[in-house]
Design a protein around this ligand. Structure first.
Ligand code: PRP
Length: 208
């Protein structure tokens, strides 16, 4: 049995479409029910549907042999996994955003609200800028509106959430897209399955 962890939410339809096009049957993953485990028609592949930010944890710990998650998740979690391929979809940007017209006070630490404290810390450390991290778990855009933070570090896809909350991009931190990741032991002990998956996906995705 080869187990693949897939991210719930925005990416799952695109992932399943790609997998199906590559001959990996994951029709049951998209069934309109609450099942978190499903199987390919031939029973050879087991799919786990997990929170996007948890995919790399399942893969690192060997609960899944492979997985699909965003580059943001990999950088934030620093999990001990192999990043095999850039799948070329789920494209968005990690950005610093602030209320329209915001002017930074360079004499005080910058208050940064984010779901991605490690990425934000590394980014500002690179600029030698002192910051105060406010770790939130969602609706990050509220923080500067309420004065809880000066800026946010968050993902921007269409930009609609920023626009509708009177925020604008100040800087781009990094581009983000979906990646195929693998458990280190599975790369050795399930090499044939892993090869089959990467060969199939390589024709469709971009190499990392
Ligand atoms: C993400 C991200 C932004 C939004 C960006 O949030 O944190 O809020 O999507 O997308 P856009 O540029 O297309 O508007 P998500 O929808 O995952 O919800 P959350 O705020 O609960 O994290």
């Amino acid at each position: 049995m080869f187990t693949i962890a897939l991210p719930k939410g925005r990416l799952v339809n695109k992932v399943c479409k790609l997998f199906a096009a590559c001959g990996f049957d994951c029709e049951d993953v998209l069934a309109d029910d609450r099942r978190l485990v499903s199987f390919s028609g031939d029973g050879g592949v087991r799919y786990l549907l997990v929170k996007p930010s948890d995919v790399a944890i399942y893969v690192e710990r060997g609960a899944a042999d492979a997985g699909v998650c965003g580059k943001d998740v990999l950088l934030e979690g620093e999990n001990d996994v192999y990043e095999l391929m850039n799948l070329g979809f789920g494209k968005c940007r990690m950005c610093v955003a602030a209320p329209v017209g915001f002017r930074e006070n360079l004499t005080a630490p910058l208050r940064v609200a984010t779901k991605f404290p490690n990425i934000a810390k590394a980014y500002y450390a690179g600029k030698s800028r002192e910051i105060d991290i406010i770790k939130l778990n969602g609706s990050i855009e509220l923080a500067p509106i309420l004065g809880l933070s000066d800026v946010i570090v968050d993902l921007v896809e269409t930009g609609a959430t920023l626009r509708q909350n009177d925020l604008e991009i100040v800087e781009t931190v990094l581009p983000v897209s979906a990646r195929l990741i693998a458990n280190k032991a599975s790369m050795k002990f399930k090499a044939a399955d892993m090869q089959k998956l990467t060969d199939a996906l390589r024709q469709k995705g971009e190499t990392a």
